[in-house]
Design a protein. Structure first.
Length: 297
């Protein structure tokens, strides 16, 4: 595929690691944090790799880079290779004494952590380490598994374990609902980690969104807290807001609609341990406890 790869020496391992981390996380800053190097070091390594291969691996502006065709072909192979290396190292050490889970921030804050005491009490000898997963990433170096929302198509992956379905709904504080009889005209709260949320929900609901002011927030859980505070309407997955709707702190005037995604545990290739099996079983049990949303609340 790459002429320089077949006619010359392999690129440096550091350059390949920098590219793979940047391709997987989507940002040089996140790759730098993972690799414990500077942002500029990652950029230099990726540029050196591109020069050595004689191809562009990324395209677009710095704040919204996308993989080129060559980059999209190279990245998955590198991710699988580095994951296999990490798994082999863990096995050589006798298996992980601790369990490392990477999870999207909003799922962690609004669903996972409030339930973790049950897991730790049931498994007092196991130390669980949580790290934040980039919004779109499906793997993270050093993690035994990741927990996140994934498209239904990804649930067929043998490494994926679905533990809870996803339903989307528009939620708002009761006081704001009184001020806006038509919720679609209220201010919209948009999470930058899920900017397409409103469009996805509108398509599922068969609704056309009228013009309305939008207020951006960095994370889904920031937008959720803003909705609770009465700042606007947010599109949220049912599991993250179930307790707030049941308690009356939020209302969902349109109910909740089945989404084309689900909550899943994605195990890293080559990782198999009793600790991971215990966590997987606990996740499935907790997911089963979450009652389905009412159609209209």
């Amino acid at each position: 595929m790459f002429e320089n790869l077949t006619s010359g020496p392999l690129p440096s391992l550091n350059a390949l690691r920098a590219f793979e981390a940047m391709a997987r996380t989507g940002r040089a800053t996140l790759a730098a944090q993972e690799l414990h190097v500077t942002h500029s070091a990652v950029s230099r390594q990726v540029k050196a790799l591109e020069a050595g291969l004689g191809v562009r691996l990324f395209t677009g502006p710095k704040h919204r880079l996308e993989l080129t065709v060559a980059g999209a072909q190279l990245a998955p192979a590198l991710t699988a290779a580095f994951d296999q290396i990490a798994g082999a190292v863990r096995q050589a050490r006798g298996g992980p004494a601790d369990l490392h889970i990477a999870v999207n921030a909003s799922i962690s804050v609004k669903w996972l952590i409030p339930r973790l005491s049950g897991f730790t009490q049931a498994h007092p000898g196991l130390r669980l380490h949580l790290t934040e997963l980039a919004s779109h990433a499906t793997s993270q170096r050093g993690a035994d598994a990741v927990v996140r929302l994934v498209p239904n198509s990804r649930l067929a992956d043998p490494l994926a374990t679905a533990f809870m379905p996803s339903h989307l709904g528009a939620v708002m504080a009761p006081g704001l609902a009184k001020r806006f009889p038509d919720p679609l005209k209220a201010p919209r709260l948009v999470a930058q980690t899920h900017p397409q949320g409103w469009a996805i929900w509108a398509a599922l609901a068969g609704l056309e969104l009228p013009p309305s002011p939008e207020q951006p927030f960095a994370h889904l859980h920031f937008a959720l807290d803003a909705a609770i505070a009465g700042l606007g309407v947010a599109i949220m997955p049912w599991p993250l807001v179930a307790d707030y709707v049941r308690s009356g702190r939020l209302v969902a005037p349109f109910g909740f609609i089945p989404a084309q995604s689900g909550f899943a545990l994605l195990a890293a290739p080559g990782v198999s341990s009793r600790a991971l099996d215990q966590f997987r079983g606990w996740l499935k049990a907790e997911g089963a406890k979450t009652a389905p949303p009412p159609a209209i609340v």
